[in-house]
Design a protein around this ligand. Structure first.
Ligand code: PMV
Length: 325
């Protein structure tokens, strides 16, 4: 590929409270993280013109070359077809390099980050201005390919680039910024990939059918945690945020979304001095987020001794607040 004509970047995300409950109307809080995905777009060399778009993954997030051809995974073929349909024949001349350290399938917003970086990059490449609503529309379409029926929290926080409260309603999602927020630092412990958000949401719906009022009571509890956490964030009470994360984890465990590995990492995190720890995203695997004070090195070492990789991340701060997409 020749030198990229444009590059774009989108952060990953973590959900502090409200995953799954958000599907049933509870409030959730999500934040963008510094670890994210970069996309570089250039014209394919002349001999390959018309054979694109070709995606080349060069980081641990995505490795290898993918096209609309039958050898590529179905989900990527569908995403590329969507882009060709949405942006027309000029897409067939594009080479797209995807680079990033965000591990996929861990509830860290890798597909939302990829979707948003791709759309921003494509608009930039074709020198078109991008309105936020347009970005949301395309990102939701790609997320629907990747996830089935997403609540929209993932791509919303990735697009907003700030800590948000999120709630589904009959009139569409309500999204509000949560500010000011204290400095927050996390050790993210990586558990095995989860079984897909789509499956996790479907299986939870099946379990709920057997205990509707109990499950709805838990969703109400998680909604209350989200309200309390919003206040704790705004007033800089980090220890309380950690405590609330722990209570949320208890509820997530009760919803059968936790695993022995997740529980183990949460225990290690608490024993090593983390303020709080919980799973994030779909659950059943994925990642554990531990809110820490200090540099987090001891906790990373403890995770590693238990056989788990981890990384340290913080809230992504946009250089300037975007007024467009
Ligand atoms: O895709 P994940 O692992 O970030 O999970 C998204 C959060 C869920 O509440 C489980 C699903 C949704 O669409 O909100």
């Amino acid at each position: 590929m020749s030198a990229p004509d444009v590059v774009s970047y989108a952060p990953g995300k973590i959900i502090l409270v409200g995953e799954h409950a958000v599907v049933y109307g509870a409030r959730a809080i999500a934040l963008p993280i510094k670890t994210g995905i970069r996309v570089a777009i250039a014209k394919l060399p002349d001999e390959k013109s018309g054979q694109g778009p070709i995606i080349r993954g060069v980081g641990p997030f995505l490795m290898g070359e993918f096209s609309q051809g039958p050898k590529s995974p179905k989900i990527l073929r569908e995403a590329l077809s969507y882009l060709v349909e949405a942006f027309g024949m000029p897409m067939l001349d594009l080479a797209i390099v995807v680079d990033g350290t965000l591990p996929p399938g861990r509830g860290l917003g890798s597909s939302a980050s990829l979707s948003v970086a791709l759309i921003r990059g494509i608009f930039r490449y074709f020198s078109k201005s991008l309105l936020k609503d347009e970005l949301k529309k395309h990102a939701l379409a790609l997320e629907t390919i990747f996830h089935g029926q997403p609540s929209g929290i993932d791509h919303s926080v990735v697009i907003e680039e700030q800590v948000i409260g999120f709630r589904r309603s009959d009139f569409g999602p309500q999204i509000w910024p949560i500010t000011p927020i204290p400095e927050l630092k996390f050790v993210v412990g990586i558990v095995g990939p989860h079984d897909g958000t789509k499956n996790a949401v479907r299986e939870l719906a099946e379990r709920r059918k057997r205990h509707v009022s109990l499950y709805d009571g838990i969703f109400l509890g998680l909604d209350e945690i989200a309200q309390n956490m919003e206040e704790a964030l705004k007033s800089g009470q980090i220890a309380k945020v950690g405590e609330l994360m722990g209570i949320a984890q208890g509820y997530l465990n009760a919803l059968s979304l936790s695993t022995p590995e997740i529980e183990r990492l949460c225990t290690i995190a608490k024993r090593t001095g983390a303020l709080g720890a919980k799973l994030t995203g779909a659950g059943g695997g994925g990642a554990v987020i531990a809110l820490i004070e200090g540099d987090g090195i001891d906790l990373q070492r403890a995770f590693l001794e238990a056989g788990f990789q981890s990384f340290i991340t913080e809230v992504f701060e946009a250089k300037e607040r975007r007024t467009d997409g």
